[in-house]
Design a protein around this ligand. Structure first.
Ligand code: NAD
Ligand code: TYD
Length: 340
């Protein structure tokens, strides 16, 4: 797996994965195809701009001609699809872009991978496709898909498409499904980076409903290690779950964050619940442990402390996102070159 086409690499997990791959495997080269939506931040990978194993292509995964020409002019060993609209709340406001990118985009990539006989297609998916758990039980790879938000429905649709390409066309594809990630470079719209960024500015932290919903938190580097293991050791046609074995109610994690930040609990503000809000996610990742030799390594408190430290030290990164300045970086970096 030396030459990889990776999509969505300017987002949170994709940029962490690229950093991990290029530092772990000197022989690997990565082409990063990213549309640079609001969630794509080219600055996340600034340090690789002149790296010989890294190429950035601005473009949309739904653009069939572009995807096909990339696969035609490069002999990629693998395609890894991170690109997605990824925020549940946005999918409730407008599901359109979720259908386009998450479903149509995946179909375009699958067809191109099939036509160009790509040896490995890895679809980065989510535990949210399984729906919601009650107080007991864990999601296994056999749990039926029962998505409850437009986001998770679009990811489940993409997973089913991947499955169908395995069954119908023998496409050597793998699906990974991971629980909630946290860590550096996460866009400050998701719970952990939003609450850290707000609390650092003494702004309220908005908890949906009663804050009793449970998520299983995994450090992004553990997820990246899992995707890497699935890419190199996984079996075509299989699904692998990854989780952090760190279940927490939203109110618990919020109190912990405020404590670690030295901020008062008076910042907590209860707001109207998210419609269709899944109660609990929890992952059984014994298959990945047994078959890929993977397990989550980052202890949750240590991971959270590291993450807080990163946001404290990178307040400028958050400020540039909140002010919209990060969007200008592409023009600064590439505008003149494109005009030449
Ligand atoms: P993100 O929102 O931070 O980044 C998404 C990236 O995809 C951005 O760089 C964006 O510009 C790019 N993109 C969006 N539409 C595109 C298009 N049409 N063409 C090309 N690029 C496009 O997302 P993330 O949190 O890094 O998630 C990455 C993947 O992991 C997603 O598929 C998501 O469903 C999955 N996932 C995320 C989590 C999590 O906790 N964040 C957990 C499990 C699985
Ligand atoms: P989020 O980070 O959006 O991830 P997901 O919905 O994909 O699990 O939300 C994590 C949990 O935090 C979820 O139960 C919704 C809740 N939440 C809040 O209570 N307030 C917020 O402002 C946000 C963004 C999320």
């Amino acid at each position: 797996m030396k030459k990889i086409l990776l999509t969505g690499g300017c987002g949170f997990i994709g940029s962490n994965f690229i950093r991990y791959q290029l530092s772990e495997y000197p022989e690997v080269s990565i082409t990063n195809l990213d549309k640079l939506t609001y969630a794509g931040n080219l600055e996340n990978l600034k340090e690789f701009e002149s790296h010989s194993g890294y190429t950035f292509v601005k473009g949309d995964i739904t653009d069939q001609d572009l995807v096909n020409s990339l696969l035609k002019s490069n002999r990629f060993d693998a395609v890894i699809n991170f690109a997605a609209e990824s925020h549940v709340d946005r999918s409730i406001l407008d599901s359109g872009p979720f259908i386009q990118t998450n479903i149509v985009g995946t179909q375009v990539l699958l067809d191109a991978a099939r036509n160009h006989k790509i040896e490995r297609f890895l679809q980065v998916s989510t535990d949210e496709v399984y729906g919601s758990l009650g107080a007991e039980g864990l999601f296994t790879e056999q749990t039926p898909l029962a998505p409850n938000s437009p986001y998770s429905a679009s990811k489940a649709a993409a997973d089913l498409l991947v499955r169908s390409y395995v069954k119908t066309f023998d496409l050597p594809a793998i699906i990974t499904r991971c629980s909630n990630n946290y860590g550096p470079y996460q866009f400050p719209e998701k719970l952990i980076p939003l609450f850290i960024s707000n609390a650092l500015e003494d702004q309220p932290v908005p908890i949906y409903g009663e804050g009793k919903n449970v998520r299983d938190w995994i450090h992004v580097l553990d997820h990246c290690r899992g995707i890497d293991a699935a890419l190199r050791k996984g079996e075509a046609g299989q699904v692998y779950n990854f989780g952090g074995n760190a279940e927490m109610q939203n109110i618990e994690i919020t109190r912990l964050l405020l404590k670690l930040l030295g901020k008062p609990e008076t910042l907590i503000q209860y707001v109207t619940d998210r419609p269709g809000h899944d109660l609990r996610y929890a992952i059984d990742c014994r298959k990945a442990e047994a078959e890929l030799g993977w397990k989550p390594e980052m202890e949750f408190h240590a991971g959270l402390e590291n993450t807080i430290k990163w946001y404290q030290e990178n307040r400028d990164w958050v400020n540039r996102i909140r002010s919209g300045k990060y969007l200008q970086y592409y023009d600064q970096q590439y505008g003149n070159r494109l005009n030449n």
